[in-house]
Write a protein that binds this ligand. Sequence first.
Ligand code: 8X3
Length: 245
Amino acid sequence: MKTAVVTGASSGIGAATARLLADRGFRVICAARRADRIEALAGEIGGVAVACDITSADDVARLAESVGGRLDVLINNAGGALGLEPVAEADFEAWGRMIATNTIGTARVTKALLPALVAAEGIIVAVTSTAADGGYEGGAGYCAAKAGERSIVQSLRLELFDQPVRVTEIAPGMVHTEEFSLTRFGGDQAKADKVYDGVPGPLTADDVADTIVYMATRPPHVNIDRVTIRPRAQAAQHKVHRPGP
Ligand code: 8X3
């Protein structure tokens, strides 16, 4: 049975991906900080829960220990956005947290699991964002963190060009999950809802999971370098169709 690790599996894209991988026959190791959530998910899908904060070297070492010597799929999904302030009002503590999770966290987990991935001719999928494509107003900290994560993917693919492991990236645009915008706006539900207001069909976590699992289940010689996935209503970062009432 093939094994997959999904970080940030406690909700949203991570949880949807863990469910779909399990559905496709993978044994899924669900990693996230919130133990209660991943234990429930692991119970539901017959997987394994490993409580893990990807900013902690000890936690990630424990995750690697529970993976063992072989790993087929790593989905680097943990991360997220904090705030939407302009640079003039930047909260650098929040920027630090975004870089610690999205950027360094992805590198830390990948580094720890790389030998097992190479041993199994595995695949790494990094869930970045269209925020990695360029800056937008209020997004500087998050865009920097996601652009940094993209750079790690690019370096890694070159460094591993002669190794039996694939390095891939999926960059989602507007995805309406339970928590992404709520976290970004510090729990302000009204602000979070406004992001998707009037948009006919933002992506769902299942839409993104579907593509991630497609990427992860191609034959081992097929490397899908990067997929950008947006809802039809989002032609570009700022060009969002919101038909009036
Ligand atoms: C989510 C997309 O537009 O909020 O990563 O940066 S966006």
